[in-house]
Design a binder for this molecule. Structure first.
Ligand code: LLP
Length: 422
């Protein structure tokens, strides 16, 4: 079910015409669909029906307060990776006992904030970090619930920059050392070991790597229990991929993923946590942009649009593909043309797509980048002094700007001049 579809020749987001929003808000902007967020969250929640579980949305994918509140209202937990994300989750009304804290470099300040404000568990990634959490907990007179993230040395078969489960990656502790590290944790009085954590990468398009990793976690659960640890909770990370093109083979569905989880881990009687980000947010958002110029190069046509790599960095950073469509539906049988679709930033890397075949466009036409809801707005910058672009959320026939476009003055006024310029 897609909530960004053409109706009578115009692209709609749920029940609102995208062009109407563009006329009101100006381009470029991110546009999200509430119904899609809700549907995707429920797919995961239902996939784990029958086992005690919590779906902790990996809010690094898209962390606007309105998005977090939408998901929190359905009972979502949150996976956070910084003090900033923790504060955002709390501000959206998520209780501490539904927040898990991941990441390799939690600082003492972040640990203290979470222990004071309430935390479901820290997913610990190293022994020094374990010692740090223990020290803060003892100082505050509390006990910190932890899992330890193990690195199962499994090839996630995804882009190298987003694979995390191989031994050469910075994440987790080698699974071969797990028993030793759990024994260490058990000796620290400020910690309570509650389970095991694993996350092997993002945009996985097959179940097999997950299965291999989860089988290793199942084996480790048995071993650790035999060593005397109480393993009651398994955090299985995120990573299930999404279809970025309509033509390619679709990745497995949440229901298939859920069945595999039950199959590999169900017999252990543990509470299951998962941390999906991309699958919940990715296809819940588009980036709407306007064509500034069509420029004829020597052997190609450039479509120069008003969005750039600073607004959506995924193509430049991961060679990522985003489907690009016209906001006004092309008439059937329109002859298509090939474009290199580029932004105005002064780098050749500011290229969204090469030789992309589309119906002809003119300056002023609106286009939309699909599947831009995850790792889009959150990875944006103000490079080239381009202010961050707005975020808009649709719900049925309503829409609201959920982050407004800062003015150029706002941007300049964040700089401060030293007194020697007075
Ligand atoms: N849990 C942990 C510990 C993670 O590191 C991540 C993603 C997730 C959960 C969520 O994974 P997901 O379900 O979204 O695949 N910026 C990149 C993706 C980076 C993913 C980082 N970690 C991109 O645009 O493709």
């Amino acid at each position: 079910m897609d909530h960004f579809i053409y109706r009578n020749g115009a692209l709609f987001a749920e029940d609102v015409a995208v062009a109407d929003i563009a006329a009101q808000v100006g381009t470029p902007f991110y546009l999200y669909s509430t119904a899609t967020f809700e549907r995707h969250f429920r797919l995961f929640d239902e996939a784990l029906e029958g086992v005690d579980h919590l779906v902790c949305y990996a809010m690094k994918a898209a962390s606007n307060q309105a998005i977090l509140k939408t998901l929190a209202a359905l009972g979502a937990g949150m996976d956070v990776v910084s003090g900033g994300e923790y504060a955002r989750a709390k501000a959206a009304g998520v209780p501490g006992d539904r927040i898990v804290f991941s990441g390799v470099g939690k600082t003492v300040d972040e640990i203290e904030t979470a222990l004071t404000g309430g935390i479901r568990q820290f997913n610990v990634e190293s022994e020094p970090e374990m010692e740090a959490i223990n020290a803060v907990a003892l100082r505050l007179g509390v006990v910190a619930p932890i899992t330890i993230r193990v690195n199962p040395d499994v090839d996630a078969k995804t882009h190298a920059k987003i694979a995390t489960g191989k031994s050469e990656n910075k994440f987790g502790i080698p699974i071969s050392r797990a028993r030793e590290v759990y024994a260490h944790a058990a000796r620290l009085e400020g910690l309570k070991v509650v389970g095991i954590d694993v996350h092997i990468g993002s945009q996985l398009t097959q179940l097999e790597p997950f299965r291999l990793a989860y089988e290793k976690v199942a084996e480790l659960t048995v071993q650790l229990r035999a060593d005397g640890h109480e393993i009651t909770r398994l955090d299985l990370g995120g990573g299930l991929g999404i279809p970025y093109t309509r033509s390619n083979e679709a990745p497995p569905l949440p229901v298939e993923y859920g069945a595999m989880i039950k199959d590999t881990l169900g017999h252990l009687g543990c509470e299951i946590e998962i941390e999906p980000g991309r699958l919940i947010a990715g296809n819940a958002g588009i980036l709407v942009s306007k064509v500034i110029y069509v420029k004829q190069g020597e052997d190609r046509q450039f479509m120069i649009v008003d969005a750039a790599m600073n607004d959506l960095i995924r193509p430049a950073m991961y060679e990522a593909h985003h489907d690009i469509i016209a906001v006004t539906e092309p008439q059937a049988g329109t002859e298509q043309a090939a474009y290199d679709i580029v932004g105005p930033v002064c780098e050749t890397g500011d290229t969204f797509a090469k030789s992309r075949v589309l119906p002809p466009v003119e300056a002023g036409d609106l286009i939309a980048f699909r599947s831009a809801g995850a790792y889009g707005a959150v990875m944006a910058s103000e490079y080239n002094s381009r202010p961050l672009i707005p975020e808009v959320l649709v719900k049925g026939g309503d829409y609201a700007v959920i982050r407004k476009r800062p003015s150029v003055e706002d941007m300049i006024n964040r700089d401060q001049l030293p007194e020697w310029f007075d």
